[in-house]
Structures are given as structure tokens and as C-alpha cells.
Design a protein around this ligand. Structure first.
Ligand code: SF4
Length: 399
């Protein structure tokens, strides 16, 4: 089979591979990651590939006949894995699907593990996009977040990525971090903009249950130990970011994501547009939009249990659900609202559900009058102010 380009393809697939290991656990993090003295790199990668084979066997040949539009290797800290292991994963996943010349292959990178030689190795393995977790460029904020890298190390990792040949790099920052001020956040963001990464993600720090931050701040009622900025400052950070990034040519295409023209995250856009993806590894989730109204399943979350189950039977799924029409519509609403420049697309929605979003979500008119939503033909989009109350908008639309 020849190699297909984007213009010629039909249904595609995306693959997410979860690497659950970290050097230490950040006190705000509720991602499924573990700190392990030993890194069972080879065994874990082998399990991921065994799992892929059994998913493809189970789903029949149709899935494997599709072009792979994106592969996202996330975590945890996937850059703890050697370029050789990443090379094995990339080659094996790619060769399990129909050839596709434009596959976006992203690797999440922690600045601490991003030395020039390693990054050149990842580029050689076929990784063509990096997502680097800076979080802040102020050392005291990085320490408060429990990060093991310094601001200088983050900047050096970016330079090393460029010199390794990466032309598509995303940088993540956090706002609302302990000890952060509007000025210090602006300083970090401006330094990031000056680097001209292709993509910038801004995440608002939230206190997730089960994390040390939540324990100190909420359970032990000791807010001084996690000195969060006041809510009005977080709002000012958000507006400041919108201004600075817009002025620098970054399009705000999703609630937390900005990109230079043509450089959105292909993989994450699949999630937000309800496209099919297979998740491999511990705690990974998968979603197929057909048959019916769609199906999702998710894996064993502990890495050791995951590997044990794969070794025993090739599968690690712990639960699955088949969506009803109602659930699929709610999902299309939730995801559509996140896509700030597309919104809930009327024509697509009607093609799937047989009615327009305005017919399905009657509260839209009141929300438009209040300035939270805007209708563009049959599409419904959040306004910039609506982004800040998006949960309320969602709940009212769902009715
Ligand atoms: S490095 Fe990332 S995944 Fe690991 S503990 Fe910190 S925030 Fe969580």
C-alpha cells in the first residue's frame, strides 16, 4: 500500500500510550503515575505492544486498516524511557496500522530528562512533536510545585530540543500556583512567548482530592502551607494570558490551549472532536464512536497489576461502557464547548443526532442574552467571558 497523505484519507485512528513512572511525585498531581526505584522499561513497553496486538485482534481488521493520525506518548514522565524503547514503541505502533505520512508523534518531556543526546535519540526514533512541562519559569514557584527542575534547566531543555531538530514544540505552564502573582506569571509567560514554541498550554492549578496540596489546604485546614493566589488574581492571569498570546499570534482554540496557525495538537483535537482513539498502558482510556452511540473502556490503573494482567492474558481492561444517545449528545456538548473557535458544530451535530444543537439545548438563547454563549448560524460557541463560567453553561444547557 502507498503512503497516504491527509487529503486522501477516510476514517483514521489515534493511539495514546501511557508511561506511568516519575522521578518523584509532585504535591498537586493526581495523574496516574508512580515513583518506582526500578524502571521496568523493557517489560512495560513489551506489555503495551502485547496489549495493542490483542486490541487489534479483538476489534477485527477494520481498525488496523485505518491510517494512524496521531500517537501520543504521555505520562507520568515518558522521557524517563530511553530513545531505544521509544523507537521500539513508535515503530511497532506505526506498523500496526495503515501507512500515513503525516502521523503526529508526540512525546511528553520533563526538562530534567531532556539532555541533547537523548532528544536527538527521540528525533531519530520518529518523534516529531515534544510537549515540555515547564510549569513556571520562577525557581521559587517550581520548588513550591515540587518540581525537580529549575527555570534555567527548562530554558536549556527547549534550546536542546530546537537543536535536536524539533520544529513542533508545546510548552505547558501552570497559573494559580502557590506564591504566584500576576506579575510573576506574566514574566514566565512572556519568556515562553519569546521562545516562540508552536503550542502553549495553560493549566489552572486545582486542588485534587488525594493530593498532598488538598490534604494540607482542605483536610488539615492549613491554607498558609499552600499560599494560593486569590481568585481575582487567577482571573487577571487568565485575561493577561489571553491578551499576550492573542497579540503574539497564538490562536486560542481550546479552553487551555493556544497554537500558532496550523499547529494545534492533532492528537488532543481528536479527543475534543469525538474521534476514535485507543489507549494503551496502565490507566489508559479508549473510545470508539461506533457501533451505536459509541463505546469506551479503561485499563487497570496500577502499573504492576497492569503488567501482570497483560502477561497472564494479553488484556488489562477493568471496565467498559456503551453510550446511549443521550450520553453521546452530552459528550458532544461538553467537548464542543471546549473548542473555542469551532464550538458545537451544527451540521456535524445534526448529521449524528438528527437535530441541531439549538433544538437539543433550549437554554442556549438565555445564555446568549447573558453573554456567555454566541450562536454562529447553527453553531454554538462560548464567549471569552463564558469560558470562565463554562461549567455553569454546560449544566444549564444539559438541563
Ligand atoms: S512529573 Fe507530571 S505526572 Fe509526574 S508527578 Fe509531577 S505532575 Fe505528576
Amino acid at each position: 500500500m502507498g503512503i497516504l497523505g491527509k487529503e486522501k484519507i477516510g476514517k483514521t485512528v489515534g493511539v495514546y500510550a501511557h508511561i506511568p513512572y516519575c522521578v518523584s511525585k509532585c504535591p498537586y498531581c493526581d495523574f496516574k503515575s508512580v515513583v518506582s526505584k526500578e524502571l521496568p522499561e523493557k517489560r512495560y513497553a513489551g506489555c503495551v505492544l502485547t496489549e495493542l496486538s490483542s486490541v487489534l485482534r479483538k476489534e477485527g481488521g477494520e481498525l488496523a486498516s485505518r491510517p494512524l493520525e496521531s500517537l501520543y506518548i504521555g505520562g507520568g514522565t515518558p522521557s524517563l524511557f530511553s530513545p531505544q524503547t521509544i523507537d521500539l514503541l513508535v515503530r511497532s505502533v506505526r506498523s500496526s496500522f495503515a501507512p500515513f505520512k503525516d502521523t503526529e508523534i508526540t512525546l511528553e518531556v520533563n526538562p530534567d530528562t531532556a539532555d541533547p543526546e537523548r532528544l536527538r535519540g527521540y528525533a531519530g526514533a520518529g518523534v516529531n512533536r515534544l510537549s515540555i512541562g515547564f510549569q513556571s519559569l520562577i525557581d521559587s514557584e517550581l520548588r513550591a510545585l515540587g518540581r525537580t527542575h529549575s527555570a534555567d534547566k527548562a530554558l536549556r531543555s527547549f534550546a536542546a530540543a530546537r537543536s535536536a531538530g524539533f520544529t513542533n514544540i508545546g510548552v505547558d505552564l501552570i497559573y494559580g500556583a502557590p506564591g504566584q502573582s500576576v506579575e510573576s506569571f506574566t514574566d514566565s509567560l512572556q519568556k515562553v512567548i519569546d521562545l516562540r514554541p508552536e503550542h502553549i498550554s495553560l493549566y489552572n492549578l486545582t486542588l485534587e482530592e488525594g493530593t498532598p496540596f488538598h490534604r494540607s489546604y482542605v483536610t488539615e485546614k492549613d491554607p498558609a502551607s499552600v499560599p494560593l493566589p486569590p481568585e481575582e488574581d487567577e482571573l487577571r492571569m487568565y485575561w493577561k494570558a489571553t491578551d499576550l498570546l492573542g497579540g503574539a499570534g497564538y490562536g486560542h482554540y481550546e479552553i487551555s490551549n493556544w497554537a500558532l496557525p496550523g499547529l494545534r495538537s492533532v492528537h488532543n483535537s481528536r479527543y475534543w472532536t469525538g474521534a476514535d482513539y485507543i489507549g494503551l498502558g496502565s490507566s489508559a482510556h479508549s473510545y470508539l464512536s461506533a457501533p451505536g452511540w459509541g463505546r469506551r473502556w479503561w485499563n487497570e490503573s496500577g502499573p504492576l497489576q497492569y503488567m501482570r494482567r497483560i502477561d497472564e492474558g494479553g488484556e488489562a481492561m477493568t471496565a467498559s461502557e456503551t453510550l446511549t444517545r443521550e450520553e453521546a449528545m452530552t459528550e458532544a456538548l461538553l467537548l464542543g464547548l471546549r473548542m473555542l473557535d469551532k464550538g458545537i458544530e451544527g451540521t456535524r451535530f445534526k448529521a449524528r443526532f438528527g437535530l441541531y444543537p439549538k433544538e437539543a439545548f433550549r437554554e442556549w438563547a438565555a445564555l446568549e442574552r447573558e453573554g456567555h454563549l454566541v450562536s454562529r448560524g447553527e453553531d454554538l460557541l462560548l464567549t471569552p467571558g463564558g469560558v470562565l463560567v463554562s461549567n455553569e453553561v454546560f449544566l444549564r444547557l444539559r438541563g
